[in-house]
Design a protein around this ligand. Structure first.
Ligand code: NAI
Ligand code: AKG
Length: 434
């Protein structure tokens, strides 16, 4: 990429940054509309929607952190708990400069939908801190992670709300948070958080679980079109926890991965990329393109020839601006919210099969649930057991959504919202809330 191309990208990014509150509000609005539509289709009255359209609890916190140069920086963080009618709430914590309250609220609703689809005994939650960990030392990240736990400690816990990793957070950050929470409570509490290192009670298989679920979803979706995944060319946007593990699993399955990208742009080779080499070169923030000169802008990357496109980065990547030109016939949403509603309409008209995020990427929270169960029992499973259960739960949930879509003559996204939201409406009714 030339220096002027890079400058255009930087300017675009800055502009996107300036628009973040509006983008977050739009995501929340669209999520609310979809939840409303699903509830109406199921025949629930509007008072059910009134309670489900916003999280029942949201906490905004200010976290002072002593930076390495001695000055104190104050970070803003959020925790949104969507609904606790079924059980404690559950969902990841994101460290990212573009985090907004509205985005975190929408993400908490999506977490409820995932838990509903997979019959997990949880409601959804999500956390976020407005920060850029790529520009912070490990010590600064640790102080921020511990400060966040102190700030939200009243509303989280193994029977209240159980966090996990998300964008730019990982097993190390979960370990610091677990340690801080255990110190505050004065007892060891591994069930407080999932996605921990295995030696601290993390589940075997959790690190790859989201990606494994995505690959199973891709395999089953392609079969719906009468094809096999091993005969498809796959393009993956994002090379972090999810994207890189998707690439690794597909490579092991003998599938040709023709493109991968990160925040710096994309790499494409129609003969298939050397995935093991890219995995070795990738850094802890999912960057691999700095090792290459022939890097294309992300906008161009998404339009490259492929059969299956797997967005595994951030929201709003497939939009009305590029949906007409996307070449894939199957799109599997590994990221949360990668497709805008306008793009969804275009893709549906074009006959592209879209497996929605709340179905495709819920392997992560499913194995987080397995981790929590193992922590509560003190009885740990082998990786084979974890993967076998995940495979069975994924296939069952995919079949349920395909079947619901056919029965109600709706698209997969609306079917997923219907299946995901129904348990909350029912639980609230039994409890006498509505
Ligand atoms: N980690 C998990 O278990 C789960 C993650 N997800 C979702 O999957 C997505 C990715 O999450 P992780 O892999 O955990 O995050 P990560 O922080 O490990 O990786 C993010 C990747 O996206 C890339 N990226 C950032 N901005 C980009 C841009 N503008 N264009 C292209 N690439 C860009 C980064 O360079 C990096 O490769 C997010 O939407 C997350 O919410 C969903 C379910 C579970
Ligand atoms: O593992 C979890 O509990 C939540 C993962 C997550 O944040 C997500 O699915 O978006």
């Amino acid at each position: 990429m030339s220096a002027s191309d890079q400058q255009v990208l930087v300017n675009k990014r800055l502009l996107q940054g300036a628009n973040m509150p509006a983008a977050g509000a739009k995501i929340l609005e669209h999520t609310q509309e979809a939840v409303h539509q699903a509830l109406r289709k199921l025949g629930y009255p509007d008072e059910v929607y009134e309670l489900l359209k916003e999280p029942i609890r949201v906490l905004t916190v200010r976290i002072p952190v002593k930076m390495d140069d001695g000055h104190v920086e104050v970070f803003t963080g959020y925790r949104a708990q969507h609904n606790d009618a079924i059980g404690p709430t559950k969902g990841g914590i994101r460290f990212h400069p573009d985090v907004t309250l509205e985005e975190v609220k929408a993400l908490s609703i999506w977490m409820s939908l995932k838990c509903g689809i997979f019959n997990l005994p949880y409601g959804g939650a999500k956390g976020g801190i407005v920060c850029d960990p790529r520009k912070m030392s490990l010590g600064e990240q640790e102080r921020l992670a511990r400060g966040y736990v102190r700030a939200v400690s009243q509303i989280v816990g193994p029977t209240k709300d159980i966090p996990a990793p998300d964008v730019y957070t990982n097993a190390q950050i979960m370990a610091w948070m677990y340690d801080e929470y255990s110190r505050i409570r004065e007892y060891d509490s591994p069930g407080f958080i999932t996605g921990k290192p295995v030696v601290l009670g993390g589940s075997k298989g959790r690190e790859r679980a989201t990606a494994l679920g995505v690959c199973i979803a891709a395999r089953e979706a392609v079969r719906q079109l009468g094809r096999e995944l091993k005969d498809c060319r796959v393009l993956i946007q994002g090379f972090g926890n999810v994207g890189s593990n998707v690439a690794s699993i597909l490579h092991d399955m003998g599938v040709k991965v023709v493109g991968v990208s990160d925040a710096g742009g994309g790499l494409y080779d129609e003969r298939g990329l050397d995935i093991p080499r890219l995995l070795e070169q990738r850094d802890s923030f999912g960057m691999v393109t700095p090792h290459f000169r022939d890097v294309m802008p992300n906008e161009q990357f998404l339009l490259q020839p492929c059969d299956v496109l797997i967005p595994a980065a951030l929201e709003n990547q497939i939009t009305a601006d590029n949906a007409e030109q996307i070449q894939a016939s199957v799109l599997v949403e590994a990221a949360n919210g990668p497709t805008t509603p306008e793009a969804d309409t275009i893709l549906e008209r074009r006959g592209v099969l879209v497996v929605p995020d709340v179905l495709a990427n819920a392997g992560g929270v499913t194995v987080s649930y397995f981790e929590w169960v193992q922590n509560l029992q003190g009885w740990y499973w082998t990786e084979e057991e974890v993967n076998r259960r995940l495979e069975a739960w994924m296939v069952q949930s995919l079949q349920t959504i395909f079947h619901t879509a056919k029965t109600y003559h709706v698209g997969l996204r609306l079917a997923a919202y219907m299946v995901g939201i129904r348990p909350f409406a029912e639980a609230m009714r039994w409890r006498g809330w509505v």
